[in-house]
Design a protein around this ligand. Structure first.
Ligand code: GLO
Ligand code: MG
Length: 342
């Protein structure tokens, strides 16, 4: 049994569409996903605004709230909790040039409307967490935007959200690239700086995703550690990534067991979860997987977390201290490698 509570988003079970090929699996209705999530041991659901309320651009603000209530009832039916709501600001034609940092005022207005609606939906679903994955907040052509002006726009966005709902907490999920070339907010450090300058720093934190750290050339456990040291790790997106290439969202631990161990260790050592935080799994199923077996990547990821928890529990601090006393980190290296392979 894991000491953590796990969460996933409906997008983590999908039809297998990618840049080079169409859907290969049928769509699964939301309720069926909830049922299966509960069965396999997931307790939290992460939402994009339109995962909860499809076609929301065509609905009034009151209608959006009514639709969200139906989803809340479904969550209750399966004993699930909503972890967060994130405005999906990368698919609409209004967001081709970015959302909060688009050069076009009507696009920025659209983005704020979606972000405010995310707060409304979050309230109905019973969560205070709003996640901003700043997917297109950056450039494809670097000279097309002023980075200074747009970092300030991001700050302004965060401030507007904090002012809109005094209860919400804004968690920014940094990523250095993809779908854009250069992000305005690529790492945990950038998120911390933005939060510190906001009108209510207590209510701004981050979601750190393993793959996003790797894409930035950084260590996932250390990115998570930095946020923990600042008291700002609101959630994690555990997954894995084979080096600097397209965003792979592999099952947790599938590429680098030692990195997986260190990510779990930092969470365990710092009592992550004590304030209700979830271990989110932002993992993608391989395109080869058959319908019906397309939850296996989630099951694998949870299992890997559990295995690493067992390793963390066996990690002997006396051995660590002895290696430090002897200043023999080669010995510690072998101890860790043996722990991971036995
Ligand atoms: C993509 C992101 C994405 C977000 C999700 C929640 O690279 O990791 O999956 O986590 O949209 O905001
Ligand atoms: Mg993510």
């Amino acid at each position: 049994m894991s000491r953590f509570r796990f969460s996933v988003g409906p997008w983590n079970v999908n039809e297998g569409v990618e840049a080079f090929g169409p859907a290969v699996r049928p769509s699964i209705p939301l309720e069926e996903k909830f049922k299966k999530f509960a069965e396999i041991g997931i307790s939290g659901v992460q939402f994009h605004d339109d995962d909860a309320v499809p076609n929301m651009n065509d609905l009034s603000e009151a209608e959006i709230i009514e639709e969200a209530k139906k989803v809340k009832a479904l969550l209750d039916k399966y004993g699930l909790e909503a972890e967060f709501v994130a405005p999906r600001l990368w698919q609409d034609p209004h967001t081709t040039d970015g959302a909060f940092t688009s050069n076009f005022p009507e696009d920025r207005e659209f983005a704020m409307w979606r972000a405010y609606r995310s707060c409304d939906i979050a309230k109905v679903l019973g969560t205070k967490k709003i996640v901003l994955w700043l997917a297109r907040e950056g450039t494809l052509c670097q000279e097309s935007k002023s980075a200074v002006e747009n970092v300030n726009r991001l700050l302004d966005t965060v401030n507007k959200l904090l002012a809109y709902d005094p209860e919400i907490e804004v968690l920014i999920e940094p990523k250095p690239n993809e779908p854009i070339d250069r992000s305005f907010c690529p790492t945990v450090g950038h998120v911390m700086a933005l939060g510190a300058k906001s009108i209510d720093p207590k209510r701004v934190g981050c979601v750190m995703e393993s793959a996003h750290a790797i894409l930035a050339g950084l260590d996932p456990a250390n990115e998570m550690s930095f946020a923990i040291a600042m008291g700002k790790l609101g959630s994690v997106h555990f997954n894995d990534q084979n080096g600097v290439r397209y965003d792979q969202d592999k099952s947790f631990g599938a590429e680098n067991l030692r990195s997986a161990f260190n990510q779990v260790k930092v969470l365990c050592d710092n009592n992550y979860g004590a304030n209700g935080e979830f271990v989110g799994l932002d993992v993608k199923c391989m395109r080869t997987q058959r319908p019906g077996d397309d939850y296996q990547h989630i099951i694998n990821s949870m299992r890997l977390v559990e295995i690493m928890e067992e390793k963390v529990d066996r990690f002997d601090n006396a051995v660590l201290q002895q290696c430090i006393d002897e200043k023999n980190y080669e010995k510690l290296e072998l101890y860790v490698l043996e722990l991971l392979t036995h």
